[in-house]
Design a protein around this ligand. Sequence first.
Ligand SMILES: Cc1cc2nc3c(=O)[nH]c(=O)nc-3n(C[C@H](O)[C@H](O)[C@H](O)COP(=O)(O)OP(=O)(O)OC[C@H]3O[C@@H](n4cnc5c(N)ncnc54)[C@H](O)[C@@H]3O)c2cc1C
Length: 336
Amino acid sequence: MGLCVYSLAPHHSFGLPSLASEFLSINIPVDLKAQLSELGDVTFYILGEGSNTIFLENYQGTIIKPAFMGIDLKQTETYFLLKVGASENWHNLVLWCMQRNIDGFENLASIPGTVGAAPIQNIGAYGVEIEKFIHHVEYYDLNTKSHNSIGSTACEFTYRSSVFKKRLSDNIIITSVTFAIPKDWRPVTNYGELKGLLKPSAKDIFNKVVDVRMQKLPDPSKIGNAGSFFKNPIIAFKQYNKLQQSWPSIPSYAVDNVSVKIPAAWLIEQLGFKGKKIGGIGCHPHQALVLTNDGSGTGEQLLQLARAIKTAVLSEFTIELENEVRLIGKKGPIVL
Ligand SMILES: Cc1cc2nc3c(=O)[nH]c(=O)nc-3n(C[C@H](O)[C@H](O)[C@H](O)COP(=O)(O)OP(=O)(O)OC[C@H]3O[C@@H](n4cnc5c(N)ncnc54)[C@H](O)[C@@H]3O)c2cc1C
């Protein structure tokens, strides 16, 4: 590989110092084949706004940075149909919709990142996941060198996952996402701080969500972080009942008839990690699920802290935590 020359620190919200060999910005979806022909066999990573990606060290490959913009609005009698370029900022899209009285995205306000990354981990907050609104996703397949479209059902959405993290992982570039937003709007207020709202408008929910998130989550522009570091684990009822014998106050949310979701933050907090630091990397003092970089952290320190948390949770609760954030080492994804 050539010399590492591109700084990735400003391209991921955790802000660890790291460099990449090549940085390729692409902006014409129809001409992707030509734009990517020079890529050949090299290692590459497709990067949105880097709010769910942490570069742990220098990356020995090419960063592909899509720049597909544009919002196209159509309507049927019952739906707003929005086709949005993958590189549009998610929160800006939420604002754009609010300004036009297109209601539905308000619970998902203030989630950082791009529209194209939203279906990949099926972004969600305050009782709503984006799968509810996705009609289809258009992408370019780097293996077959062809443009494709995939409907919502085939996206195989589950909690923080989709087909884009499985069969289609790492070999496609999402170019646009088309949303179908019902005109018959219903508020979703059965989660956390939204429960107190009486007959709210979409704007009331939006304001509340933005407010609560500002108070609860550290701002990545002030302290490096990538939101929730771990997923909330889903375990069988049977295991949950057993855990309750030792931990009577263990919280849970029913997922289906056989399993429950446990807040990972609660598990981490019980083991005393809140506020703990290894060098410049810390477990946030108010949000145990968020790991932070005070600006002096290293990839090695992050791995040490994350592995210590994972090992302790496994040993105390027999629950294996899975990272929500993508960890990228010098040759690609790293497993904790
Ligand atoms: C403070 C904070 C709060 C957060 N809160 C939430 C929350 O409430 N809910 C939630 O679900 N998430 C949350 N996140 C995580 C993050 O915002 C989402 O995962 C977001 O969708 C990531 O977008 P991105 O563009 O930054 O993705 P990146 O980190 O750039 O990429 C994420 C993944 O998508 C791939 N990718 C990106 N763009 C494309 C493309 N065009 N084509 C193909 N692959 C692509 C990358 O290769 C990578 O695998 C939070 C993050 C932060 C920092």
